[in-house]
Structure formats: structure tokens, C-alpha cells
Design a binder for this molecule. Structure first.
Ligand code: LMR
Ligand code: SF4
Length: 511
């Protein structure tokens, strides 16, 4: 197995930077379904460009490279202790090479281990099988979509859908609800894996395992096949769309598995994966550890077609406003939901640790008129000590809801950039203090990284690379106004609208 560690490195690299063909096909099909010129169509074009850029740059598709989860099948006699050590070494090396973001954080102190190793990370499952080869599958599932996983315990009452019983129709309701509750926050359109039965732990495990199925396979269980087809058709009528912007496609794939349960329990567990559905696998020669074949068709067999129209042309159908930081209140008040904003000048990153910190401390730089970007980038330092942005898409903004309004007021921030939208408290603060919320396209980490021309500095490195406050010289950063300073929120609208649509699926289907 002298090549095993190197093969694991190749697997990590491929998974993080090159989306497999079946996922690309699903995204391509969504592009064809969305109406031209809409916010969702525009976002899907950026997503397609980003997939292409990640492949070309050999850099992470999304900056959140997730919880590396390895599933290893090996023949009797294979040395699992050595394999584990080499997987850990490959993970640490890939992190050092900026192919994975340092994502392993001490839950109590918040300290980042820096190399993706630590108690519980990465996740490695071993299982023996009767074949002679070794198979290793890897999924890199990010935190934002992980937060949208959900587990139902039947029977129960579901908002909008009424009573969900312990039968196929009750399961149907849970699955429909799971797509609704994710809204755009898990970077829709997503893929869902559903696990029926088990206990709380194995139910989620089964759900996650469904994500390893090929996007185009057919469920051998007739009832589950019908359920999968039903969900694919009807969840796409919820109108959530790409990033929750409203649109025809909210779900790219649905795979359902079943296992036995305890008489007292009936769990339906749903694993929600964003469009940046990074999973790959390799079949290895058990004596050399060399890669014999890839488990999923690789991305290069399905090139992403570039955006048909230059983005500016699409954007010109809606109002496009160029803003230079620091931004004035007058400029902000002129913006409305739906406008496309292009930001130039200095932008500051800030996410969970920084927002928490700023509640009771001063900011290290003047934030008057500033744009703050909810982003935890992948960074690298060159030999001369200069930092470079390697991947930098937005993170889910709603986590900053408890702090954002106060921070806007305290520091005079004018633009908050993130994804998935924010709540009523922030909306009120935008109106009162003259600020705006801009939705960037989640997962488009290469696309945005190109907008950051220079790293001017960094504060709060003690929070770790993703949570530090990076000061970035920015050019041409495009985002959409989804919450303005006049009390309008596209997110509130889409949520209300999709709730009304969800309620239409109340009547029994599988009886
Ligand atoms: O952690 C991140 O950078 C993003 C996260 O995956 C999210 O979707 O919020
Ligand atoms: S930012 Fe979006 S695309 Fe990236 S891991 Fe989070 S949910 Fe997935």
C-alpha cells in the first residue's frame, strides 16, 4: 500500500475542486429549466462558471470544505490502523496546500486546530467486504447545509401540512417540509438524502449514506421510487429557487433509504446537501494502494457550458449600481430589493466569532460606511509573507441575527453581505440606520476570490483563519439587494409564498 496516502490526497483534491459529472448534469438541467434573465438563472450561471473555475484553478469549489467523511471498504486482513494514519496525513497536507479550509474547531474554546485534525475530525468509517480491492468514498459536506438537516419523529403535526402519521404519506409530508424549512440557507437548490427508520443516530447516518448514491440511479424499492419521483416533481413547485431567490428549481436530487426501527420510534431523517455536492470515491489496488478507477464519473467528462450572455447584459435588465466604499447613507437609501450592486474598495470579512466580539469591544478599524462580508475564506501565505485569497464565498447570515442590528448601529456599517437572508431584527435596523443586505451566491468561492485583488491586512487571527477579520481590496464584487432600507425583504416574501405552496400538499397522496 505504498501509494495509499498519495491516493487519499488525490481523492481529497478531486472532491474539493472538481464536481462529479452527475452533479454537474443536475445543475445543467436546472439552468435549462429556469426562466432566462431571472435572479435564479443569473445565479446558476455564476455557479456554472464557478464550477469551471474551481476545476481550472484546482482550488476549492466552496470555501467551506466541510466535515471530511471517509467511508472505507477493505478486504479482510487490510491494516486499518495504517490506512487511518495515512488518511489523516493526507488531510493535513491538503489543508496545508489550501485544498481544504482549516475547519476543525475546539467546541469549548473556539480554537482552530489549523490542520483539520482533532477529536472527531475527520470522520472515518471502516467496513470489511468480500472483494479484493479497497474502496474509499469521501463527502465534503459544508456546515451551512449541515445546519439544515432535520429529523422528524412520527406521528407529529407539521406546520402547513397538518398531521403526519406513521406511514408513507406521513414520510412524504416530512420530506416536503424538509425542503421548505431549508429555504435558500443551505445554498439551494440542494440534494437530499432521506433515512426512514433506525434510531436518532443511525437514521441520520442512513440519510447521509443516501447522498453516496449516483444522482441518476433508480431506487429498487418500488414505493420509495415513487416517493422520490413525487418529491422531485412537487418540491420544485415550492418556488424557493436558487439561493432562495424564487424560481422553478429548489431540489436537484432526492434519494430515500429505509431500515428497521424500534416499535416505539419512527424517525424520518433528512440530510440536506447544497448544490456544491462534493462527493467522490476511488477503487484502489489493495497491494499497491494505487487508484484503479473513480467511483463517480469525473467532472471533466461533463464540461460546464459558460454563461450564454455576459453577466453585465443580464444585469442590465435590472438596475445595476456601482458602489465605492465607504458608502454614504444617501446611496444606500436609493437601493431597492432586486438591484444588482457592484462593490469596489475595501471590504472586511466578519463572521460568528467577530460579531460576538464586536458586541462588547471596539473594532480594530474604522467601520463607518463599511461593507462587512459574512465570509470565512481559504487563505494562503506566499514566501514573501503576503496573504492571498484562495476561496471566498459567503456564509449563512442568519447566525449573526442576534448581533447584526446592534453592530450596524454601533459602527455605522452600510452594507452587510452574506447569503440566505436575515430576520426581522436586522431588517428593522437596516431601515432605522440606513443600511442594506446584499445576497451573494453561496458556494461561488472561486468567482468571488477573483474580486479580491489584495489583502490589506488582518485582525483577530486568534479566532483562526476562517473567523479572522480580513481587510480586502475589492473590485467588481456583484451581489443582489435582497433586504433594503425601506423594510422590504425578498427572503420574507419567498418564505411566505413557499409556505402557501407547501400547504397545497396537505391532502393525502400515498394511501
Ligand atoms: O462556513 C462557511 O464558509 C459557509 C457555510 O458552509 C455556510 O453555508 O454557511
Ligand atoms: S456555503 Fe453553501 S455551498 Fe458552501 S458549504 Fe455552505 S451550504 Fe454548501
Amino acid at each position: 500500500m505504498q501509494h495509499f496516502e498519495q491516493s487519499m490526497y488525490k481523492l481529497i483534491l478531486e472532491t474539493s475542486t472538481n464536481l462529479p459529472a452527475d452533479v454537474r448534469e443536475a445543475i445543467q438541467a436546472a439552468r435549462e429549466q429556469e426562466d432566462e434573465g431571472t435572479r435564479s438563472a443569473l445565479s446558476l450561471s455564476t455557479i456554472a462558471d464557478n464550477i469551471h473555475m474551481a476545476e481550472t484553478n484546482v482550488s476549492p469549489i466552496c470555501q467551506d470544505t466541510g466535515m471530511p467523511t471517509f467511508i472505507v471498504h477493505c478486504p479482510v486482513g487490510a491494516n486499518q490502523i495504517v490506512m487511518k494514519k495515512q488518511i489523516l496525513a493526507a488531510v493535513a497536507q491538503a489543508t496545508k496546500d489550501s485544498k481544504l479550509r482549516p475547519n476543525s474547531v475546539d467546541s469549548l474554546t473556539g480554537a482552530n486546530s489549523g490542520d483539520n485534525l482533532g477529536p472527531g475530525t475527520p470522520v472515518i468509517h471502516f467496513e470489511q467486504w468480500e472483494k479484493e480491492d479497497v474502496e474509499v468514498k469521501l463527502i465534503l459536506k459544508g456546515g451551512g447545509c449541515e445546519n439544515k438537516n432535520i429529523q422528524y419523529s412520527l406521528p407529529m403535526e407539521l406546520e402547513g401540512l397538518g398531521k403526519a402519521g406513521r406511514d408513507l404519506d406521513g414520510i412524504r409530508k416530512c420530506v416536503m417540509h424538509s425542503v421548505y424549512q431549508a429555504q435558500g440557507q443551505g445554498c439551494s437548490a440542494g440534494f437530499i438524502g432521506v433515512g426512514i427508520g433506525g434510531d436518532r443516530t443511525t437514521g441520520y447516518e442512513l440519510a447521509k449514506h443516501q447522498l453516496f448514491r449516483h444522482a441518476d440511479d433508480v431506487n429498487p424499492n418500488e414505493e420509495l421510487r415513487k416517493l422520490e419521483e413525487y418529491v422531485m416533481e412537487h418540491a420544485n413547485q415550492l418556488g424557493i429557487g436558487t439561493m432562495g431567490f424564487g424560481g422553478q428549481v429548489s431540489l436537484l436530487g432526492c434519494k430515500v433509504g429505509v431500515m428497521n426501527r424500534l416499535p416505539a420510534s419512527f424517525f424520518v431523517s433528512v440530510a440536506y446537501n447544497c448544490w456544491a455536492f462534493r462527493r467522490q470515491g476511488v477503487l484502489l489496488d489493495a497491494s499497491s494502494g494505487e487508484i484503479k478507477e473513480w467511483v463517480y464519473r469525473t467532472g471533466d467528462t461533463q464540461p460546464m457550458t459558460p454563461s450564454e450572455q455576459p453577466k453585465a447584459a443580464v444585469a442590465s435588465e435590472r438596475r445595476e449600481v456601482v458602489l465605492q466604499t465607504p458608502i454614504s447613507e444617501e446611496q444606500i437609501r436609493s437601493l431597492r430589493v432586486g438591484d444588482v450592486v457592484i462593490i469596489n474598495g475595501i471590504m472586511h470579512t466578519g463572521r460568528d466569532a467577530l460579531h460576538h466580539h464586536l458586541m462588547n469591544h471596539d473594532a480594530p478599524v474604522d467601520l463607518n460606511g463599511a461593507a462587512i462580508y459574512h465570509c470565512g475564506p481559504v487563505m494562503s501565505k506566499d514566501e514573501s509573507g503576503e496573504w492571498h485569497v484562495r476561496a471566498a464565498g459567503p456564509t449563512t447570515s442568519i447566525r449573526e441575527e442576534p448581533y447584526q442590528g446592534h453592530i450596524i448601529k454601533k459602527f455605522g456599517i452600510r452594507a452587510v453581505i452574506g447569503k440566505g437572508g436575515m430576520g426581522a431584527k436586522t431588517l428593522a435596523a437596516l431601515q432605522e440606520h440606513g443600511a442594506v443586505y446584499l445576497n451573494a451566491i453561496g458556494g461561488a468561492a472561486q468567482y468571488y476570490a477573483e474580486c479580491f485583488k489584495k489583502v490589506e491586512g488582518v485582525d483577530h487571527m486568534e479566532f483562526g483563519i476562517p473567523e479572522a477579520m480580513w481587510h480586502l481590496q475589492t473590485e467588481g464584487f456583484a451581489a443582489i439587494v435582497t433586504m433594503d432600507s425601506h423594510g422590504n425583504s425578498l427572503h420574507a416574501e419567498v418564505e411566505k409564498d413557499s409556505f402557501a405552496k407547501l400547504s397545497q400538499f396537505k391532502d393525502p397522496v400515498f394511501v
